[in-house]
Design a protein around this ligand. Structure first.
Ligand SMILES: Cc1cc2nc3c(=O)[nH]c(=O)nc-3n(C[C@H](O)[C@H](O)[C@H](O)COP(=O)(O)O)c2cc1C
Length: 221
């Protein structure tokens, strides 16, 4: 049991919250498997939508760990890139018909185009580990919200372990891709997915910059 005082606990928590950053450049050496297990354990401790997942005896949250250079990573990577191209074309077609969407989606499409031109999806094969987290579909469909809690816990734990962490949100688009789901060993369309990349950061980033609380908070009467 931790015997730190409340002040000491808060000093540590505040330090971890402030130093959590998105890392996008990783060193090639692998962090120990035990660190990955501890990060997954932190994800398991995250809240979940109990009413939505029901009381199936088959656990509703799963983690799939792929290593850089592995067979699974080599199989998954081109499938995700294919999905990037499909999304890029689909949104561009929609943007031609819908000028409002054009203004809204332009930077997202630019990002998809950059990935296509680079020929790789950042986080998949660019870090030692790519982890896919799956949450079984329930009712109402709040799996992505639940996954966000899980990923945030994993992110904070990675930060506490001094590891770099990157969200790989295009993973969400792979949930109904039969070939991708076959790699994970789950049926396509029954689970929602989110992904992240983990490894030692190439360079440490400074703390996050955010507006002061008073600038964005309204205390209502
Ligand atoms: C829902 C969501 C999806 C994100 N997807 C990605 C992603 O696919 N790739 C990436 O590099 N960062 C991704 N990010 C990270 C954000 O870009 C990042 O958190 C934001 O720029 C603030 O930077 P910081 O995390 O260093 O504080 C995502 C963040 C969220 C909350």
């Amino acid at each position: 049991m931790c015997t730190d005082t409340i002040d000491q606990k808060n000093a540590c928590l505040d330090e971890i919250l402030a130093s959590r950053r998105s890392y996008r450049m990783f060193r090639s050496e692998f962090p120990p498997d035990d660190a990955i297990r501890r990060i997954i354990h932190a994800g398991l401790l995250a809240p979940f939508a109990a009413a939505a997942v029901g009381n199936s005896t088959d656990y509703f949250r799963r983690f799939f760990v792929m290593r850089k250079g592995s067979r699974s990573m080599a199989a998954a990577s081109p499938l995700v890139m294919e999905q990037v191209k499909v999304m890029e074309q689909g949104i561009e077609t929609e943007m031609k018909k819908n000028p409002h969407l054009r203004t809204k989606a332009v930077s997202f499409v630019q990002r998809l185009t950059a990935m296509r031109k680079m020929g790789r999806v950042p986080g998949i094969g660019t870090a030692p580990f790519y982890i896919v987290v799956a949450e079984r579909k329930g009712f109402p469909s709040v799996e992505q919200q639940s996954l966000a809690h899980c990923l945030e816990n994993m992110w904070l734990k990675a930060t506490a372990l001094n590891l770099g962490f990157q969200m790989v949100s295009v993973t969400a688009q792979m949930s109904s891709d039969p070939a991708f789901c076959r790699i994970l060993g789950i049926p396509a369309g029954e689970w929602e997915l989110m992904g992240c990349a983990i490894g030692y950061a190439q360079e440490e980033l400074g703390p996050s910059v955010r507006p002061p609380v008073e600038d964005v908070t309204l205390w209502l009467e």
